[in-house]
Every structure is written in C-alpha cells, then in structure tokens.
Design a protein around this ligand. Structure first.
Ligand SMILES: [Fe+2]
Ligand SMILES: [Fe+2]
Length: 292
C-alpha cells in the first residue's frame, strides 16, 4: 500500500518522524551513582519502607513494559488488514521498538542497581495490576489478532487502543511518572532512574498522542464506537484506582489523592478526544503532547 501525500504530512507521520529524532539507548543511561544511593535508602529508611515502595513502583513498570511490548504487534497487523493507513503502521513500528527499550531499561536497572533477578517483580503484581496491565490487555489484543474483516477489526481496534494507550499508558504509566517524580526528584534520589523515567515518559507522550488521535478519528467516523471507549474505561477504572491505592503506605513516598486525581484527569482527556464531553485538545496542545 502506498504512502500518500496526505499521509506524509499527517499527525501520525510527524509522530513517527519525532520518534526517529529522539532516539536513545537504555545502555547509555549512567547508573553509577544509583547503586550507592540504593544501599543508603535501604539502610537509612527501612522504617519508612521506602525501598519497598520504590521496588513496587519500578516492578509495575518492569512488568507493564514487558506486557505492552508483547501485546503491540497485533495493532500493526490490524491497521494493515483494516486499511487504516500506512502512516499509522510506520508510527507503530517505532512504538514497538520503544516499548522493547523501556523493558530493557528496567531490566537493566533491576540487574545493575537493585541487584536482583527480575522475577522479584511478581510479588508486587497483585490481582488489580495483573488484570489491567497484563491479563485483560492480552485478552483484547488476542481478539484483535484474530479479528477478520474491516467491520469486525475496527471495533476491537478501538477497544484495544482505549485499553492500551488510554487505560495503561495514559492513566497508569503517566500517573506512575508523577509518582516517580514526587518520590525521587524532590529528594534528589537515584539520578539514573530519574533519567530513565524522563526518557521513557518522553516516548510515552507520543504513544498516548497516537492513541488519542486514533480514537478521535475513529469515533468521528463511527459515533457508535464512543460506547466502546466509555465501556472500556469504566470496566478497568476500579483496577486502575486499586493499583494506585497500593502506594498508600503508613509513610507514603507519594500523595495518593493527587495521583488518583491525575489518573482521572487522563481518562477525561481521552474521553474528550472520543467526543464523550469535556475539552478537546487544540492542535498546538496535541503537538506539544507528542513533543515532550
Ligand atoms: Fe513504554
Ligand atoms: Fe508506551
């Protein structure tokens, strides 16, 4: 299928171009100061269980990045089968590469700084994140992989984009960055982990922008898909909020009320893009989102 002149200048193509410009390598992130600081946090803040809270947060990212790397491939194929545009396919190839790099970064961090096997992350994957981050995402993307015919693919694609880019990336991952910033940057802790979060977050801005653009386009063409978008958010909302609530320690590193409100604000932005009410992003705001 050709790349048309319109697709060359489309928002999806410009997100793809941005991804090429903002390449980074997880192996280049300097982790040299983190190991000594991690030992200090474990030694001096055992009473506050700060080490456990940091491990819980990074475990969610480790498991989440692994899950989204595994479940993105059906999107590329579905876009192709439904003829939704080569510009979207091009963008998704960059996203697939970036999700693999995000997983690579957290895997490296566990090995080199925490000095534990990645298997330790499983103990923090309680039923709520297991469902929303892993099992339910696998289920919908498996349906996407199997869907045949444009009219059957498009509703499952809308549901998959809402779950992956809306629920997992916008609501959970972005809220996680706010939590990481509050926990680490304000204390000046673990600069290598902070730098990794900054680079991952910049990529995620493009991924979420792609999702909002797709949902806006699909629901404008087929208003009945708005129901799919709102039902998908409502189904997963309890598990998102339960996942955030797990950081409510007696001496928390993060502000749970602030994080819950932030997660809900992400939901509202996506819902607005779907035409479900609320303020839709302007073109300038969309561009800024993809440019972080
Ligand atoms: Fe990611
Ligand atoms: Fe992502």
């Amino acid at each position: 299928m050709p790349l048309t002149a319109a697709q060359f200048t489309s928002p999806y193509f410009s997100l793809y171009s941005k991804a090429k410009q903002l390449h980074w390598d997880p192996a280049d992130v300097d982790l040299s100061a983190d190991r000594a600081q991690w030992a200090m946090i474990k030694r001096e803040h055992a009473g506050e269980r700060y080490d456990e809270q940091i491990l819980r947060l990074t475990s969610l990212f480790y498991e989440g990045e692994e899950s989204v790397t595994r479940t993105l491939a059906p999107f590329c194929s579905a876009v192709s089968r439904a003829g939704l545009g080569v510009d979207k396919e091009l963008f998704l190839t960059t996203q697939l590469y970036e999700e693999a790099k995000h997983f690579d970064f957290f895997a490296r961090y566990f090995a080199e700084v925490f000095e534990v096997d990645g298997a330790i992350t499983r103990q923090y994957i309680t039923p709520a994140p297991q469902a929303v981050l892993i099992a339910d995402l696998e289920e919908v993307t498996e349906r996407l992989r199997r869907a045949e015919g444009r009219d059957r693919i498009i509703p499952v694609f809308a549901e998959s984009v809402t779950h992956y880019m809306g629920v997992v990336e916008a609501m959970l991952a972005r809220t996680g960055y706010v939590g990481a910033h509050d926990a680490l940057a304000t204390r000046g802790w673990l600069p290598g982990l902070q730098e990794g979060f900054r680079l991952v977050k910049r990529d995620e801005g493009r991924h979420v922008t792609f999702g909002m653009r797709c949902i806006a386009e699909l629901t404008a063409e087929r208003p009945e898909l708005r129901e799919v978008v709102s039902a998908t958010f409502e189904r997963h909302l309890p598990n998102v909020l339960a996942t955030v609530a797990e950081f409510d320690y007696p001496q928390p590193l993060v502000d749970i009320d602030k994080l819950s409100a932030y997660a809900l604000a992400q939901y509202q932005r996506f819902a607005a893009a779907a035409g479900l009410g609320g303020e839709v992003l302007s073109e300038a705001e969309y561009a800024e989102e993809g440019d972080r």
